[in-house]
Ligand binder design. Sequence first.
Ligand code: ADP
Ligand code: GN1
Ligand code: MG
Length: 347
Amino acid sequence: MSNRTYGDEELRSVLAGMGVKDVLSVARYGSGHINDTFKVDCASGASYILQRINTDIFDPDMVMDNIRRVTEHIRGKGRQSLEVVAYEKPWRLYVFIRGAHTVDLITEAGQAFKAASAFADFQNALADLPAPRLRDIIPNFHNTVSRLAQLDAALKADVKGRAATCRPELDFVDARREEAARIVNLMAAGDIPERTTHNDTKINNVMLDDSTGEGTCVIDLDTTMPGCALYDFGDMVRTSTANAAEDEKDLSKVFSRKEYFEQLVRGYLGKAGFLNEAERANLAFSGRLITLTIGIRFLADYLAGDTYFHTAYDDHNLVRCRTQLKMVRSMEEQSAEYEAIVRACAG
Ligand code: ADP
Ligand code: GN1
Ligand code: MG
């Protein structure tokens, strides 16, 4: 969410414009970094999610165009999907999904299995999305090479004079520049195919059933577009194996949990039968790569003066970057074991 505050009157008038007039309450909701999200409760008993799409980042029409196609396609298969009730640029209204919740951190390995299974179902459901190709919402979104170029530009400009405060983080990234291009190169060579992917598979973007814990609905579809299945799996590793919050300051608490990784691989491979050999061979690597890429993005935003991700305090992006780099190190240390897990599960 952004730092912007909204008056009750403003929100009620947006809702009235969408035909929702019996509003009992409208309040901030969730912990996303991008959009402004509110839960709306009405006298009729209906509840909604109202969101102001972040127009600094997204072209709302383009996003809603993709989302309508994706949600209709998923519903056409008899599966639960986000449901758009109204769209009045840049605001949108979704049906509030009941009986399920999201978590920012998982506390039991079985949840990783369920989340991975739900994201794999999502990719499967979109495998036969009819042409045309979905629109590229943010070009090169997970392209680590272009994310490095953005970091370099932010470092050069150093608008806030922060470069001196993040030398160890910059060095950590520099030491990994070579491997950063691996998946980009495999895609360019045609060894890894483009697929329709979610591109933001962090754990709080899947609704988990209140009683069974099953992943009932994948949400936050703003970046669903042509991409790489490995980036989706990688972001699950980043967020579902983490032992601590994305902005934990005590780095001794930050590491990737092997048993969670194993459940994630089992849940994903159990459904993602479409993966080719090159994709399977890079599953463990994708976790490290995406975590490094998100670390690079937090660092670039810190150097650029916190213009992209919402921050709650001055060096919030640097703190987030540090947790990502600690997660990368933890995955590197367990790399042989993680590779062995993938081989064992892939059969
Ligand atoms: P952001 O892009 O800012 O991350 P999200 O679309 O992920 O925004 O929404 C933020 C949070 O709001 C989610 O993590 C989830 O908890 C909640 N949420 C979003 N959509 C729904 C929905 N349709 N029903 C119930 N909760 C939702
Ligand atoms: C953002 O929207 P949210 O909070 O689910 C970001 C992701 C990052 C994530 C890091 C559109 O996700 O790419 O991985 O923060 N979304 C966008 O927590 O940039
Ligand atoms: Mg989200």
